[in-house]
Design a protein around this ligand. Sequence first.
Ligand SMILES: [Zn+2]
Ligand SMILES: [Zn+2]
Length: 346
Amino acid sequence: MKALVYDTDFEKHYNLIEREKPTIINPKDAIVEVTMSSICTSDLHIIHGQVPRANNNIVLGHEYVGKVIEVGSEVKTLKIGDRVSANCETFCGECFFCKKGFINNCEKGGWEIGCRIDGCQAEYVRVPLADQGLNKLPDNVSDKNALFIGDILATGYFGAEMCEIQNEDTIAIIGCGPVGLCAMICAKVLGATNIIAIDIEQTRLDLAKSQNLATHYINPQNCNLEEEIKKLTQNRGADKVIEAAGANNTFELSWKIARPNAIIAVVALYEENQTLPLPSMYGKNLTFKTGGIDAIHSDKLIDLISQGKINTDFLVTHTFKLENIMEAYKTFEAKKDGCIKIAIEK
Ligand SMILES: [Zn+2]
Ligand SMILES: [Zn+2]
């Protein structure tokens, strides 16, 4: 089968090559025919050598949708022919953290697929602990509809959920990249009526606007962000902030634009440590929460998509065939032609 493999021996550290089709290794495995996959910024981090725990010579990719073609003897909830979405983190469902619903802290799992073991940017993928890793899709949810359930949509939902949204809350969301846009969609689903979208890239703000994802759109390059937020919140600051950008100054911005007693949900991934200048925020009574990817809500998200309450199709700005995935990587990395997310079709 064709597979996009990460290997530091390759000139660009990744290449589309022929690989053996995967087989069942463990009785809890399933083999999935990948009908659609995507490329994540984390894949770029691997090929740039920024993910020390990534194994060399593995198939990349952890965002995908497919069809079950083989199940191990201990797989209980799936059968051959099921259409499924996938959680990018592997989890057991049985350990201390899994039982509490904190599945991305699973003692036996974590980011395995496309990092420690072969991923989904291939014709087929082996999915360990498949009962937990895969979620069945109803007929009215297409591959494209379901592509982001297990990673960026899960992260956006997690961010919005951490905000404990109440009526009339003003939610400021920093970053209109894929995760920020998903957070806006989910904040609305969870009842937010005032959403402020913030990004320094005007095209991304415009995309959010074209989808009517927020009530206000602010480009901090054109104004003083703190002042603008105050104008919109009777001088108080945002009730809740979701930091989904992960740029050099955005963690600092997240607490600066928050009102006293706000919740700040940090779902961004940073390349460097961030400082928490406690003296200057003393008395502001802020609550910081962190995390992401927690795909515990996959079935709920599938329901919301099926009911037409969530639609992330607009995030797919480009589509490529698997045989052209090298070109797709270039397009994604360069954000060519307004690229947000790519769908890779078989
Ligand atoms: Zn990812
Ligand atoms: Zn577990």
